[in-house]
Design a protein around this ligand. Structure first.
Ligand SMILES: C[S@@+](CC[C@H](N)C(=O)[O-])C[C@H]1O[C@@H](n2cnc3c(N)ncnc32)[C@H](O)[C@@H]1O
Length: 286
C-alpha cells in the first residue's frame, strides 16, 4: 500500500508532491518482459548524448524511471526530471529518485520548459500526435547548445502492428471501440532530419535501425505488443471486450507469422539527436 492507504499502483507523486488517483492501461510487468531487448535502443540513444555536467535534463515519458537514473548519471546533470502520465509506471519511480533526480506526473504534449541542456525521450513520442508541432515546441525548451535526443519505434508495417489495426476494424471490435483506430504519428526517418535542419539544429545524427529480436516463438510477438501497442486498445475496451479483441488478434497474427523457433522479430526504430546552435551555459561547462 502507498501513502494514505491507496494501493501503490494508484499513487502518483505529482510536481508538488501531491497524490493523485488514476488508472491507465500501462502494465510495468508486461512492458518489462522483454527488458534487455527494449533497453538496447535506450543505450544506443544515450551514446549520442554528450555530457552536460551541472546541467538540466528532462526525460519525457520516463516510465518507471529506472533508465532516467542512468541518463542522469551519464550526463552528469545537476537536475534530471522524469515526466510521465502513467500512474502505474510512475508508482515504481520513487526508488530511482533522489540525488538530483525527481519525477513528475504530466502530459508531454503540454510540457513547457526553458533553458534545458538535454530533452531526452526513449520510446514515448510515438504516443504524442502532430510531430510537426511537438518537435519545435520541445526545441523551444532548450537553451543555446541544448541537445534533443529521441528514440521511437517505426515498425508500423510489420504484421504485429498491421494486424492489430485490422482486427480493430472488424465489426465486433469496431463497435466496442466506437470506430477508434490508433493513428501512428511517427513520420519517415528523413522527415526528422529535415525538421531538425529547419529548426536550426546544424549538428544532427538521424538514423533508422533494425533491432533483430530472437524470441522463443511467434507467440512471444503477441506478448511483446501486449506490453506496448495494444495498451492503447486495452485502455479503450472493457476487460471482456479486450479479451475478445486479444483472442482474435492472437489467432490472426499467429496465422501470418512463420512458426519458426527461435522466432526472428525485426523491429525498426528511429534514433535522432540534434544540438541547437550556441554554447551551453550550464554550470561546470567550458
Ligand atoms: C514504452 S514506455 C517507455 C518508458 C521509458 N522511456 C523506457 O524507455 O523504458 C512509454 C511511456 O510513455 C508514457 N507516455 C505516453 N504518452 C505520454 C504523454 N502524452 N505524456 C507523458 N507520458 C506519456 C507512457 O505512460 C509510458 O510510461
Amino acid at each position: 500500500m502507498g501513502r494514505q492507504g491507496l494501493p501503490v499502483k494508484y499513487v502518483v507523486v505529482g510536481a508538488a508532491g501531491r497524490l493523485a488517483r488514476m488508472s491507465d492501461a500501462w502494465q510495468p510487468d508486461q512492458y518489462a518482459r522483454f527488458r534487455a531487448e527494449r533497453e538496447q535502443p535506450f543505450h544506443d540513444l544515450l551514446a549520442l548524448v554528450e555530457p552536460v555536467p551541472g546541467g538540466r535534463v528532462v526525460d519525457l515519458g520516463c516510465g518507471t524511471g529506472v533508465l532516467t537514473r542512468l541518463l542522469h548519471e551519464r550526463t552528469g546533470a545537476a537536475e534530471t526530471v522524469g515526466l510521465d502520465q502513467s500512474g502505474a509506471m510512475l508508482a515504481q519511480s520513487a526508488e530511482h529518485a533522489g540525488g538530483g533526480v525527481r519525477f513528475e506526473h504530466g502530459d508531454i504534449a503540454a510540457f513547457a520548459g526553458q533553458g534545458l541542456d538535454v530533452v531526452f525521450s526513449n520510446a514515448a513520442l510515438q504516443w504524442v500526435f502532430d510531430h510537426g508541432t511537438l518537435f519545435p515546441q520541445l526545441a523551444e525548451t532548450l537553451g543555446p547548445g541544448g541537445q534533443l535526443a529521441v528514440q521511437m519505434p517505426a515498425n508500423h508495417d510489420h504484421p504485429s502492428h498491421v494486424v492489430a489495426h485490422e482486427v480493430a476494424r472488424e465489426p465486433r471490435h469496431a463497435r466496442a471501440l466506437g470506430g477508434y483506430i490508433r493513428h501512428n504519428p511517427v513520420q519517415p526517418v528523413e522527415w526528422y532530419a529535415k525538421l531538425l535542419a529547419r529548426m536550426g539544429f546544424e549538428e544532427q545524427h538521424v538514423r533508422q535501425q533494425v533491432y533483430l529480436h530472437r524470441l522463443a516463438g511467434p507467440e512471444e510477438v503477441v506478448e511483446w505488443v501486449k506490453g506496448s501497442l495494444l495498451t492503447d486498445y486495452r485502455r479503450k475496451l472493457s476487460p471482456e471486450d479486450y479479451e475478445a479483441y486479444l483472442a482474435d488478434f492472437r489467432e490472426r497474427l499467429l496465422a501470418e507469422l512463420p512458426d519458426e523457433r527461435p522466432h526472428l522479430y525485426p523491429f525498426k526504430r528511429i534514433l535522432l539527436w540534434g544540438r541547437r546552435p550556441g554554447d551551453a551555459a550550464g554550470q561546470g561547462k567550458g
